[in-house]
Write a protein that binds this ligand. Structure first.
Ligand code: FE2
Length: 329
């Protein structure tokens, strides 16, 4: 931290540039402001460094032309990585660089070389804040997933039910053909679909015998309770329909809104089939999972009454493979 710097910046900046002198200048400017600086001399080394870090950096400053792995290839790699794709990347560009290509690959910003220190600090600071904010949202998501796990454990699933539901639902989605955004919403929604069960007392959730009508009414509240829990989380917006409508039935006899047929949001219809299949086939402490063929028969019988018949057609095709391949993934 330098003299006169009463409010040091927080955040870690990874500088990727093959020219040592450039790295040194950037390091000096950033460290003077209190940033923590990491360096790599090419994309390959930067990827190895990222692998070794417990916490990703808040910003990456990236040169375009480097030996071993250039900036474009590096961008491509981190954009396809689930955790790293949210790190803002500021490209360090010279005259004549293909900026448009870098933008299309997902770069967040540009700085023209030679870099001017006030501009560097201003840009880096803005992106660090944005990244920390986004990571805060991710933390909320992780809290929600943890909550969903707690529900799953209370519900006495022996293995990762919510993750399997997501896997099955996404396999169906591949047959239907969803956009990347819809797939992501389906994944999130499937992970947290039963989160509203957190409000159910053990006396109902763990009851060995059949539920009374009154108790069943309580259970039927869980989609709306879950919907309310998630309503405040911006990053879960697209997943809300899954949580609210995963117990609707194709014939309109489901809950909570008695939606019928295609009025039921597609993502919720997908989750409903996946959820039912996994609930039938997974082991519980008090009983073994149902044999595959029997579960498929039940899906077949419910096509057009309980579930979307087109989706059952896809399920009969893709579930057997997944069931054998990754029963506990
Ligand atoms: Fe449910």
């Amino acid at each position: 931290m330098s003299d006169g710097n009463r409010f040091p910046e927080t955040g870690t900046i990874l500088v990727v540039d093959d020219v040592q002198a450039v790295r040194q200048v950037l390091r000096a400017i950033l460290e003077r402001k209190g940033f923590r600086v990491l360096e790599s001399e090419n994309g390959q080394k930067a990827l190895e460094l990222l692998e070794s870090l417990e916490e990703p950096p808040d910003v990456i400053l990236l040169d375009l032309l480097m030996p071993e792995m250039d900036g474009y290839e590096f961008l491509r790699r981190i954009q396809s990585h689930r955790e790293w794709r949210l790190i803002p990347v500021i490209m360090l560009t010279a005259q004549g660089d293909a900026k448009l290509e870098a933008l299309q690959l997902g770069a967040s910003d540009f700085l023209q070389k030679p870099v001017e220190s006030a501009e560097l600090i201003a840009r880096v600071r803005a992106h660090v804040r944005l990244h920390q904010y986004i990571r805060g949202l991710e933390d909320i998501e992780n809290i929600l997933y943890t909550l969903a796990r707690i529900v799953e454990a209370r519900d006495r699933y022996t293995e990762e039910h919510t993750e399997r539901v997501a896997t099955y639902a996404l396999a169906l989605a591949d047959e239907v053909g969803l956009s990347e955004e819809e797939r992501e919403n389906l994944r999130k929604g499937s992970m947290v679909h039963d989160i509203g069960k957190i409000a159910l007392p053990d006396s109902i959730l763990l009851k060995p015998g059949p539920l009374t009508a009154e108790e069943f009414e309580k259970v039927k509240e869980h989609p709306v309770v879950g919907y309310r829990i998630l309503m405040g989380a911006q990053s879960m917006r697209g997943a809300l329909s899954v949580v609210r409508h995963h117990h609707e039935r194709w014939d309109g006899q489901g809950y909570p809104d008695r939606l019928k047929g295609e009025k039921i949001p597609l993502l919720a219809r997908l989750c409903a089939v996946a959820d039912a299949f996994d609930a039938m086939t997974s082991d519980r402490p008090y009983r073994a999972g149902m044999p595959l063929e029997r579960a498929l028969d039940i899906l077949r019988d419910g096509a057009g009454t309980q579930w979307d018949p087109d989706l059952i057609g896809f399920a009969l095709k893709v579930f057997p493979e997944l069931y054998h391949g990754t029963p506990s993934s």
